[in-house]
Design a binder for this molecule. Structure first.
Ligand code: PMP
Length: 352
């Protein structure tokens, strides 16, 4: 027997490029163009590196408590992980162990099918409608759980809480995970629904709205029981997942609510300006409530635009996948960066 037969074979997720060059305009992985809160910087500059000889707090107590206070829940309802990727991956391992397939949209965060394959979790996808909205009725079938982002990625479309609630009502016996990676850019969080539905888990991240993708901080809020089960799995996997600097600096980010509101507000304003500018040069897109726009040009294929921009140092995201091959996901940067993008697009033959 060849040893290769016993390998867990997986097709890994492909993240957006992280080029080393600093002179590009990076609009391809939905990072925030603004730095983290000033308190984060201050603390980072004063950090006592002698403390790094110790293991970090495995319960991430400080950060968990800061998040619990911010979202008005008990700390026993908060689970912190190394980015929301880590949190969601732990959720798949912990909660999706039924024989029935889990459900998620066909066009969505492309890590979900990778985790399902990794853990051998059966899944089915529910096609989005032609306007990119969720086909709510499509979720009304026996399943082993549901996960979807709200706003969805890469479409940016936000579904009202009534839609989230309809899905929760369809599946009172299953876990429903709402991935709110982009919720801080204008959507309404499903967190209040936690009071009514104990099968709901809401996941969020510091990577976008809190400008801290580099520190890898994500979290979820659910019932105390769910969080206990998640912790049991986490502590059976790796106790010391989150490093000390991330734990300390994360607290500083939560503390500065004024900065958080200011930066998310700026991004929302830039997004709305960008939508207008893109419409003016014949792009169409679903009405994004995220920090990106999912745009298609009337006549020029997305892949050509993608290459044209890249050659000129502007990175956006493009996938060669069914249904979305003619779309570009463009992260919202600063006003200046978006002006450069629009200016460069206008110079491309066929755009105007
Ligand atoms: N969910 C969605 C919908 C995302 O787009 C991303 C970012 N790639 C994540 C989760 C994970 O983000 P992070 O691990 O940086 O928190």
């Amino acid at each position: 027997m060849s040893w290769e037969e016993n390998v867990r074979k997986v097709v890994p997720y492909v993240a957006g490029e992280q080029p080393k060059r600093k002179d590009i305009i990076k609009l391809n992985t939905n990072e925030c163009p603004y730095p983290p809160a000033p308190g984060v910087r201050r603390l980072a500059e004063q950090m006592n590196t002698d403390d790094l000889r110790l293991y970090p707090d495995q319960n991430t107590t400080g950060l968990t408590e800061a998040l619990a206070a911010y979202y008005h829940v008990s700390p026993s309802r908060v689970f912190v992980g190394v980015g929301s990727d880590d949190v969601i991956c732990m959720c798949f391992l912990t909660f999706f162990n039924g024989a029935r397939p889990i459900l998620f949209p066909d066009v969505t965060y492309s890590f979900y099918d990778v985790w399902a394959d990794l853990y051998r979790i059966p899944y089915e996808t529910v096609p989005l409608k032609s306007d990119w909205s969720l086909d709510v009725e499509g979720f009304d079938r026996p399943c082993g759980g549901v996960i979807f982002p709200n706003p969805n990625a890469p479409t940016g479309l936000y579904e009202p809480l009534s839609v989230v609630e309809r899905i929760l009502k369809m599946h009172p016996e299953e876990f429903v995970i709402v991935d709110e990676a982009y919720i801080d850019f204008g959507g309404e969080s499903a967190l209040p629904l936690l009071e009514k539905y104990d099968n709901l888990l809401v996941v969020q991240t510091f990577s976008k709205s809190r400008s801290m993708a580099g520190l890898r901080i994500g979290f979820c809020i659910g019932s105390e029981k769910m969080i206990r089960y998640l912790n049991d799995v986490k502590f059976s996997f790796n106790s010391y997942t989150m490093n000390l600097p991330s734990q300390l600096l994360g607290v500083e980010a939560v503390r500065d609510d004024a900065y958080f509101k200011e930066t998310t507000g700026r991004i929302i304003a830039t997004r709305e300006r960008t939508k207008q500018a893109l419409s003016g040069i014949s792009f169409t897109f679903p009405d994004s409530k995220a920090n990106f726009v999912f745009a298609t040009h009337r006549s020029v294929p997305a892949e050509e635009i993608f290459r044209y921009l890249k050659e000129r140092g502007i990175y956006v995201r493009h996938w060669n996948r069914p249904r979305i091959e003619n779309c570009l996901r463009i992260t919202i940067g600063t006003d200046e960066q978006m002006d450069r993008l629009i200016g460069t697009l206008k110079e491309m033959p066929g755009i105007l």
